[in-house]
Ligand binder design. Structure first.
Ligand SMILES: NC(=O)c1ccc[n+]([C@@H]2O[C@H](COP(=O)([O-])OP(=O)(O)OC[C@H]3O[C@@H](n4cnc5c(N)ncnc54)[C@H](O)[C@@H]3O)[C@@H](O)[C@H]2O)c1
Length: 258
């Protein structure tokens, strides 16, 4: 970034959600790393092949398999981070999952298990990871979750994920209250559509990209690097009075009425 320099030397971040070099979490991890922050990354076994080479690009990272539906793997991950880092400054939650069959067609066809799993992975996990990280989190710390406009407006095809994101955004506000006294901030970034692995499961995704170009005030799509810029801001003292918020990095699309 030209003109503004944010120095995170000596800081440490836990980052969840790196699957490959397109992942929003990867762009955030790289940005924090380049600002001097050390990264502890939790990753799913299924993404290992593309995940491991990326770790070579970071400065002395810590990494461990961690699936948020598996208590034992979360225990092992947080034990490792505790041993290696002791204290942490930031937690980045960039995780979501819904069954592919529930990301198209009529929303009312979602079944109970599909509802549960989307919420367990995409919103409950923020509570679980925050609770586990809390004893290690330093005052002035920052927690960031990733969300999307489908939480507050109906976006055909986004379906059950929109409901999970609504829950996630509510979790952000309640966690901000829990941790506020310790001067730890909790916010969500609501990003415009970006072509990633997770996005490939959403019906109408190509139309979403075209819609942003046609209708957003900036007449374009956004990049994962622009989301990472916002995450860097939210980890810095420049945002130290901002908590419990959903911040839009969406070329202004969410501000439009038509
Ligand atoms: N790509 C977009 O258009 C967009 C827009 C707004 C918000 N988001 C949000 O950004 C976040 C990151 O998604 P992305 O687009 O970078 O896609 P991605 O596929 O690169 O990342 C999703 C990540 O979730 C992880 N994950 C899924 N289930 C998990 C589990 N059980 N345990 C641990 N990790 C698990 C995957 O391993 C993967 O790393 C998600 O919350 C997504 O909803 C994405």
């Amino acid at each position: 970034m030209k003109g503004v320099s944010i120095n995170l030397e000596g800081k440490k971040a836990i980052v969840f959600g790196i699957a490959n070099d397109k992942s929003i979490a990867w762009h955030i991890a790289k940005r924090l790393n380049d600002a001097g922050c050390r990264i502890a990354a939790g990753y799913q076994e299924r993404v290992e092949q593309l995940f491991l080479p990326l770790m070579k690009e970071l400065n002395n990272p810590v990494y461990e398999k961690c699936d948020v539906v598996d208590d034992a793997s979360m225990d092992a991950f947080f034990r490792k981070v505790q041993e290696e880092f002791g204290e942490v400054d930031f937690l980045v939650h960039s995780i979501a999952f819904a069954k592919r069959e529930h990301l198209h067609g009529q929303f009312m066809n979602v079944d109970k298990r599909g509802y549960e799993v989307s919420h367990q992975v995409s919103s409950y996990s923020l509570i679980e990871l925050t609770r586990r990280a809390a004893p290690m989190l330093k005052s002035n710390g920052s927690i960031i979750a990733m969300t999307y406009l489908g939480s507050e407006k109906a976006v055909p095809g986004y379906n059950i994920m929109g409901v999970a994101k609504a829950a996630l955004e509510a979790c952000v506000r309640y966690l901000a209250v829990d941790l506020g006294e310790k001067q730890i901030r909790v916010n969500a970034i609501s990003a415009g559509p970006i072509a990633t692995l997770a996005a490939s499961g959403i019906a109408n995704f190509a139309d979403m990209l075209l819609n942003y170009v046609a209708k957003s005030p900036l007449k374009r799509n956004i990049t994962a690097d622009e989301v990472a810029d916002c995450a860097l801001f939210l980890c810095s003292d420049l945002s130290k009075a901002i908590t419990g918020q959903v911040i839009y990095v969406d070329a202004g699309y969410s501000s439009m009425g038509i």
